[in-house]
Design a protein around this ligand. Structure first.
Ligand code: PNW
Length: 479
């Protein structure tokens, strides 16, 4: 029988009446307003950015090029040949940007250091004017009551380092750079992230060629690059431990692939856990276990990385926290294959935000935290990035009404609340990003900011999402 809408209503009313007959419902169930989804006291709300995406000032005060300067200036590599030469000019406008953070009410700000500003040649002589810029940024943040969280490496590798990540020496150079920065800033900075998103600066840069340095190397060469990247992370951790003020916290910011079980039953949840371990074997798994999984070594065979004695111990150096960048889900289901799971294909109709890779799946924020916690029990977890691109426009009233971004964020933060309420050790959330910026190979064509940036005038205008996030922070709850 086809049920019309009216009949459905009647049926529902009838069922409800029958079900409630003779039952006295407690009054408050109807009278009380639903509680907001509140976060634990002291939850760290923040925003994130990265040096090459916002700073500009690329040849100022002794800075030398990074591989992203070279790559973006190579014809055909970025959207319309756009570069980070000016970007948001945060090199000069940092006080204005910190005022934006202050208006949002954030507790913390995650930004990265341009390695070649501080060590123009990558190693050797530091450039004091480079460090001075970050001293000014840190002091201005503290003056405004905002805790600085520093990422040491967000892809802008000094061009001068011979061979880039193809060379083991680069890992060592990173250790020296981490030692220098933590020695000079840890009196005021309590949290350091070594690297940001391994796949983006290894696989996408050296295998797919879509990011700097734009190479298309073989699997064996890429596995070796991945190994040097995680070795650099480990050397960075050890350098920070040896040089920073005691109590300084160290972790990383990683876009681990996030596997969401198609259904929440024990079998599917276990499959998602297995997938998390194997799917992240070259990076997060190696770091948190101090070894490569048997599955990874078997799969790669002769292409597996050459590992020197002592490397895995350095790579597995204990961390104070794990940072997870949460964007896009992979759905998994248990099966009888050797791995015990299969990753579901995505249909053509699967929705995404303005970036075509940014598939919408708010549960990633919950499962990122849960899978990593269940597998490796880190002491603390931060979401180090979450946010989205949208086709933002300034309307005739001068407003940017990015309700799609609000929808995206509200759903992710609701999922994060679920993780917090189940007792997972989630300490903070960094929204990507404070403002529109240089979106790598997409140039300025994809906007991720809470603030709209007019790239001609550099004027920043808060979007509706900035108002919304201000409320979330003020209430410490989903609004
Ligand atoms: C992250 N993908 O990059 C980076 O950490 C940021 O610098 C960047 O601006 C932000 O996310 C938005 O893109 C990613 O293709 C770039 O899956 C590409 C992918 C994921 C993350």
């Amino acid at each position: 029988m086809r049920i019309t809408r009216r009949r459905f209503g009647q049926t529902l009313a009838g069922t409800a009446a029958a079900a409630f007959a003779g039952v006295t419902l407690p009054k408050f169930a109807w009278a009380q307003k639903p509680e907001l989804l509140r976060f634990p006291d002291g939850f760290m709300w923040g925003c994130a950015t990265a040096s090459y995406q916002i700073e500009g000032g690329v040849s100022e005060d002794g800075r030398k090029p990074s591989i992203w300067d070279t790559f973006s200036h190579t014809p055909g590599k970025t959207f319309h040949g756009e570069t980070g030469d000016v970007a948001d000019d945060s090199y000069h406008l940092y006080k204005e940007d910190i005022a934006l953070l202050k208006n949002l009410g954030v507790k913390c700000y995650r930004f990265s250091i341009s390695w070649s500003r501080v060590f123009p040649e990558g190693t050797g002589q530091p450039n004091p004017k480079g460090l001075d810029y970050y001293n000014r940024v840190v002091d201005e943040l503290l003056k405004n009551g905002i805790a600085p969280y520093i990422t040491l490496f967000h892809w802008d590798l000094p061009q001068a380092l011979p061979g880039g990540w193809q060379s083991r020496d680069t890992a060592k150079a990173f250790g020296d750079y981490a030692a220098y920065i933590s020695r000079h800033l840890s009196d005021r900075v309590g949290h350091f992230f070594t690297t940001n998103e391994f796949t983006c600066f290894t696989d996408i840069g050296y295998k797919e060629g879509r990011f700097a340095p734009g190479l298309k190397l073989s699997d064996g060469e890429v596995n070796q690059i991945r190994h040097y990247a995680i070795l650099a992370h480990g050397m960075g951790v050890q350098a920070i431990r040896a040089n920073a003020k005691s109590g300084t916290q160290v972790g990383l910011a990683e876009n681990a692939t996030v596997y969401v079980p198609v259904m929440e039953d024990p079998e599917q949840i276990a499959a998602a856990r297995r997938a998390t371990r194997e799917g992240n074997a070259p990076f997060l798994t190696a770091i948190l276990e101090g070894k490569y999984t048997d599955g990874y070594l078997r799969r790669e065979g002769a292409n597996a990385p050459k590992v020197e004695a002592g490397d895995m111990k350095i790579i597995g150096s204990p961390l104070d926290f794990v940072g997870l960048n949460a964007y896009t889900p992979e759905y998994v289901r248990a099966d009888s294959s050797p791995h015990g799971y299969v990753v579901e294909e995505r249909q053509a109709s699967y929705p995404h935000m303005a970036s075509d890779w940014l598939y919408i799946g708010p549960e990633v924020t919950y499962w990122a935290v849960r899978n990593v916690s269940d597998l490796w029990k880190p002491r603390a977890i931060y979401i180090t990035e979450n946010g989205c691109s949208a086709d933002d426009v300034i309307n005739s009233a001068g407003r940017i009404e990015d309700t799609d971004r609000v929808m995206y964020l509200r759903n992710h933060i609701t999922q994060l609340h679920r993780a917090a309420s189940e007792g997972y050790p989630i300490k903070g959330y960094f929204l990507w990003s404070l403002m529109d910026n240089f979106e790598w190979a997409d140039g300025y064509s994809k906007r991720f900011g809470l603030h709209y940036v007019d790239f001609k005038t550099l004027k920043r205008t808060p979007k509706l999402s900035a108002e919304w996030y201000t409320e979330v922070i003020a209430k410490n709850a989903v609004v």
